[in-house]
Design a binder for this molecule. Structure first.
Ligand SMILES: Cc1cc2nc3c(=O)[nH]c(=O)nc-3n(C[C@H](O)[C@H](O)[C@H](O)COP(=O)(O)O)c2cc1C
Length: 362
């Protein structure tokens, strides 16, 4: 078949992804101790591999303890973290999916309660910690924490923490590493003029503000094998057109620089850097046009995410060459078997492997 569709394999470097569906990173807030994966992660991620997704990506895994969003977030800063994830990556691979990890630092948005906790905002008492950011300005919470501005040494440590996290991820058996540069977390806080008012090498103009993300990407690429892909997730825009902020044009300008730094695909998301953001409507496929611009104007492979919920919709994104991957989050919470169901609906059962144990259900 000549047409590229949702079930056409994608090869990035030496890694073959069996289809174009990716399970988007989704925090589960279900760790034990300091960021160790539990049975929940094994079953949650494992089920989505059984369900046929080409890539199963973990939630944001913090590269150091202060980089967690909540105390229950996943971490990847010690051998224990890698060991706790290894059975899950093995299982994902056994199902024919590609295991991926999102490497993250929550920056000034760290140390908050989980969305389903009774309390919200910054964690009180001993359970919480002091977040770091590009400046000491806190995210506009009701009850602001005092943020510590990262100095030069602190910035260099963050780069080292991402590098070490990538090494540990490789040891845990992951085949794709994604740098989380979106949603108002540390790396996004640095590249957006809205949150970065520094006047050192990591602030100022476009070059200075994007330096940290580019150096983190290069550090991850340095330790990530040549035959395995690195992704970067960006917020394509801050959705604050009335203020000096990050725009889709900036994203199109940055994408090739990330590719030069070693990224193979940009996962194109949006927003999260300020509570006043103005979404121009969040209907079906609302962020796909941003991925399309990265793919065609910047000429960098792109993944599209945001309200892609149907087999036909996901297929349309790939078939019409709007993006290389269809990335689905919430739909995968509702249907772990989205890809197998899509194959049924789109008449492409030839392209998926239903596990023998489940054949009688399909
Ligand atoms: C429960 C939940 C947790 C999330 N956690 C993360 C995360 O860890 N990292 C990330 O980049 N995005 C995270 N997101 C955002 C999703 O990956 C995705 O970009 C967003 O939900 C839009 O896609 P959707 O419309 O398919 O849900 C999360 C979303 C949800 C619903």
């Amino acid at each position: 078949m000549d047409t590229t569709d949702l079930f056409t394999p994608l090869t990035l470097r030496g890694t073959e992804i069996p289809n174009r569906v990716m399970v988007s990173p989704m925090c589960q807030y279900s760790c034990e101790g300091d960021g160790l994966a539990t049975d929940w992660h094994h079953v949650h991620l494992g089920s989505r591999a059984v369900g046929g997704a080409g890539i199963v990506m973990t939630e944001a895994a913090a590269v150091n303890s202060r980089g967690r969003i909540s105390p229950e977030d996943l971490g990847i800063w010690s051998q224990d973290h890698a060991d706790a994830l290894a059975p899950t990556t093995r299982f994902i691979r056994e199902q024919g999916s590609v295991p991926a990890i999102q490497l993250a630092h929550a920056g000034r948005k760290a140390s908050t309660y989980r969305p389903f906790d009774e309390e919200s905002g910054p964690v009180h008492g001993d359970e919480g910690w002091r977040p770091v950011g590009p400046t000491d300005e806190s995210y506009p919470h009701d009850d602001p924490l005092v943020v510590e501005e990262l100095d030069q040494e602190g910035v260099e440590q963050v780069i080292e923490d991402f590098r070490r996290a990538a090494e540990l991820s490789l040891d845990a058996g992951f085949e794709i590493a994604e740098v989380h540069g979106a949603h108002g977390y540390l790396l996004h806080e640095f590249y957006s003029p809205l949150t970065n008012t520094r006047d050192d090498d990591y602030g100022g103009d476009f070059d200075g503000r994007t330096r940290l993300l580019r150096e983190v990407t290069a550090a991850v690429r340095e330790v990530w094998p040549d035959d395995k892909p690195v992704f970067v997730r960006l917020s394509a825009t801050d959705w604050l057109p009335d203020r000096e902020s990050w725009t889709v044009d900036d994203t199109v300008r940055l994408a090739p620089l990330l590719e030069e730094a070693g990224a193979d695909l940009v996962d194109v998301s949006g927003g999260g850097n300020h509570p006043d953001q103005q979404l121009p409507g969040a209907g079906a496929h609302y962020q796909v046009p941003y991925a399309e611009r990265v793919k065609h104007e910047a000429d960098v492979p792109a993944g599209a995410v945001g309200k892609i919920t149907t087999p036909q919709g996901a297929d349309e994104v790939v078939r019409n060459d709007r993006a290389d991957l269809a990335i689905l989050a919430r739909e995968h919470l509702e249907d772990p078997y989205f890809t197998l169901h899509a194959a049924q609906e789109l008449d492409r059962m030839d392209a998926v492997d239903v596990p023998d144990q489940y054949l009688r259900g399909f």
